[in-house]
Design a protein around this ligand. Structure first.
Ligand code: MRU
Length: 370
């Protein structure tokens, strides 16, 4: 059964409250853009593509309050509210930029028309995200072998996107293609997206899933129980370094140690060509309470220092391939990502160079004979 992560319904934004899953399925209805921004910050909705769509819909909601006058200034304020919610997932900024461009194109129109067009832009982002996930699924499923056990981290499923999912989209597509697969879902301390959300989604889809704590991954890899790793991404730098949920880097190092393919599934909207390398990606620091407490129960002494970086960066060289809706980027990731992201054709030899190739081969043969 498909999960309805986020919807635009009669001029309001409706989203499932992911903080309450799996115990309760509660849908929140927001009519004020500030509430949508708060919902992103507080993790009612989370996951890179999902928060991008939420920002788009939130801005469309806020646009309803725009009055003729200083439209550009008010719209800018609206966009800044969303830009200040979470810093790491680039999809959020990608969506805000897209709404800004739609505004600039149409700001000369009557305010009513402008509002309708902004709403349409947000809905288009929603639908395009689902379509991208389906395509990613098709590309990615080809990489998964029949009988595979796939390790995943965090939640890169329908709940983290407008629907179907990125990493879980690949898993779903492999299953739809008739492959007999099973999943090892890491619980993902401290927010438990793996235990609460990934396990919940896979159970609903009847995809065999085993929940493990994050520190069990090495053990299962060592015992030959992991065929490949598939995770999502919050931001992919131009050189192919990937920021994703804290703990992802550890899985990548382990996968490398055990010669297990490590795949990242992410739409092109997650690729940030303006960010050259992973170390430039801002890492969100979340409240200490997420670590000191498990739900309401305190599990660490009061008054100690606590660190809670929400993401880490996996260097490009540890990644086997990045699965996008435009195809699979393989090593060298930087070059192939650039080609996929810009839509630039693969560099082909010019006619003169191509014509020289057989000539070069003949020369090389002669050289070897000498
Ligand atoms: O803090 P979260 O839950 O928003 O982090 C989510 C992740 O790290 C996901 O793996 C990532 O956004 C990819 S979702 C398709």
């Amino acid at each position: 059964m498909a999960v309805r992560t986020i919807e635009w319904r009669n001029g309001s934004v409706v989203m499932i409250d992911q903080r309450l899953l799996p115990a309760r399925e509660v849908y929140r209805v927001y009519r004020d853009y500030r509430e949508v921004a708060r919902a992103i910050k507080d993790m009612v909705i989370r996951g890179a593509p999902a928060i991008g769509v939420a920002a788009g819909m939130g801005i469309a909601l806020g646009a309803r309050t725009l009055r003729p006058g200083d439209l550009a200034r008010d719209f800018d304020r609206l966009c800044r509210t969303f830009a200040a919610t979470r810093p790491t997932a680039v999809n959020l900024f990608w969506a805000i930029d897209r709404m800004r461009r739609a505004f600039t194109r149409n700001q000369h129109r009557p305010v009513d028309t402008l509002r309708t067009l902004l709403e349409r832009e947000a809905l288009a982002m929603h639908d395009e995200d689902v379509a991208a996930n389906r395509l990613m699924g098709q590309h990615g499923a080809a990489l998964i072998e029949d009988g595979a056990t796939i390790l995943t981290h965090c939640n890169a499923g329908a709940l983290a996107t407008a629907g179907y999912g990125t990493a879980l989209g690949v898993i779903r597509a492999a299953r739809e293609a008739g492959k007999r697969i099973s999943v090892l879902a890491c619980e993902t301390r401290p927010f438990l997206q793996g235990a609460r959300l990934t396990a919940w989604e896979l159970k609903r889809d009847r995809i065999p899933v085993t929940l493990i704590t994050d520190n069990m991954a090495a053990h299962f890899m060592q015992r030959g129980k992991v065929s490949c790793v598939v995770v999502g991404a919050d931001r992919v730098a131009a050189n192919g370094d990937v920021a994703n949920k804290i703990g992802t880097y550890a899985h990548a190092v382990l996968a490398h140690r055990h010669a297990i393919p490590f795949y990242v599934a992410a739409p092109i909207s997650t690729v940030d060509l303006a960010c050259a390398r992973g170390e430039q990606i801002p890492i969100e620091e979340r409240p200490a309470r997420e670590v000191s407490h498990v739900f309401e129960r305190q599990v660490a002494p009061s008054g100690i220092k606590i660190a809670n970086p929400a993401f880490d960066v996996t260097p490009s060289e540890l990644i086997t391939a990045i699965i996008t809706e435009r195809g699979v980027a393989r090593q060298p990731l930087g070059r192939t990502l650039m080609r996929l992201a810009t839509g630039a054709a693969q560099p082909r030899p010019t006619r003169a160079v191509a014509a020289r190739k057989p000539e070069r081969r003949r020369e090389a043969r002669k050289e070897r004979r000498r």
